[in-house]
Design a protein around this ligand. Structure first.
Ligand SMILES: CCC[C@@H](CC(=O)O)C(=O)C(=O)O
Ligand SMILES: [Zn+2]
Length: 326
């Protein structure tokens, strides 16, 4: 039988180099992690104890837990902070957040795959309430290796493991997180785009007080080049993750994650680590872009608090930067 025709992955308007792909115990991989550079690690065994997870297994072993599931009318799942919505009068949530059991999710998934009217994305921290078999799989992760990484790189505590079960075609649009991330792929194939923190001028972040804080205003697949001309100056990296691969996404690195359209449901687990208490972080010169981002965020928060009106922030910042009193 002829193989199903697979559409080529979307061609972006900017260059994408390959993220290095190395054995997890290769000294070069260690050097990249210490230098906060992305790398795909193979052979870590980090989540080998969960590579058998599929929808049936999870339905059978997580039946008593309620899961957060996002529904989107397109295949984008742009994150938003609900607590910041009151400050943004005209804000429209791009997704609907629902709670349901895993078996209900599987049911809705099948409907959505047939109707092609909406997309679903289950995103839930793995905590208590899951079945014994899941606990067994979880405790059998390669904690020895990842805890060694956490210690050697002086990262803060593990904040969460997010279980991600997505429909083929789902896209988490380009954004950055304020945590270190070992992103483990369990099932299906994900295409990951990454951009260094110093690319923020070409990614036009939303203001810090906006519900889409940490997200880019740009739709990379169909950028508005009048509004965001610097998108064409982007230089990015690309990695394709298969089951067993672990992608290190350094803190403040922009990333867009796509569940490849014809590769079925995807299952991933991320390992988010907080930064160690920032007052212990020495400022080193020349300032790393990640430090600039952290400082800019703090300044924007202080100005927003001082002015008390979010609409005054941008004009004030322009005046401060341009030295002109408008
Ligand atoms: C809510 C987190 C989603 C994830 C991307 C993806 O798998 O769709 C991500 O961005 C991360 O792990 O940081
Ligand atoms: Zn992220």
């Amino acid at each position: 039988m002829a193989a199903e025709a697979v559409d080529p992955p979307h061609r972006y308007k900017f260059p994408l180099s390959k993220v290095p792909r190395l054995p997890y115990d290769d000294p070069q991989a260690q050097r990249l992690i210490s230098a906060q550079q992305p790398v795909v690690l193979t052979g870590s065994g980090l989540v080998d104890s969960a590579l058998h997870w599929n929808l049936d297994y999870l339905s059978d072993n997580m039946a008593n837990t309620q899961f957060t599931v996002y529904q989107s009318d397109n295949y984008y799942f742009k994150y938003y902070e609900a607590r910041k919505i009151p400050q943004q009068k005209d804000f429209v949530s791009p997704t609907i957040q629902m709670q349901m059991s895993f078996p209900e999710f599987v049911e809705k998934l099948k409907e959505a795959q047939c109707s092609k009217k909406h997309w679903l994305y289950l995103q839930q921290p793995l905590t208590e309430g899951v079945g014994d078999k899941i606990v067994q799989d979880f405790v059998s992760f390669n904690w020895r290796w990842i805890s060694k990484q956490q210690k050697e790189n002086n990262w803060g505590p593990l904040s969460s493991n997010l279980l991600l079960v997505g429909m083929a075609g789902n896209i988490t649009p380009v954004h950055y997180d304020e945590q270190q991330n070992f992103f483990a792929q369990l099932r299906g194939v994900k295409r990951c785009l990454l951009f260094a923190p110093d690319q923020f001028k070409s990614l036009y972040p939303f203001p810090v007080y906006h519900p889409h804080d940490r997200q880019s205003q740009v739709n990379l697949e169909n950028p508005n080049l009048e509004k965001f001309p610097k998108v064409l100056e982007l230089k990015g990296f690309e990695a394709t993750l298969h089951p067993g691969d672990v992608l290190y996404i350094p803190i403040y690195w922009w990333h867009q994650i796509e569940s490849l359209p014809q590769k079925g449901v995807t299952i991933s687990i991320n390992f988010w680590y907080k930064v160690r208490n920032s007052c212990q972080q020495t400022v080193t010169y020349p300032l790393a872009a990640s430090q600039k981002i952290a400082i800019m965020r703090n300044i924007e928060k202080m100005v927003t608090d001082a002015l008390g009106d979010i609409n005054e922030v941008a004009p004030f910042m322009r005046t401060m930067v341009l030295g002109r009193v408008d």
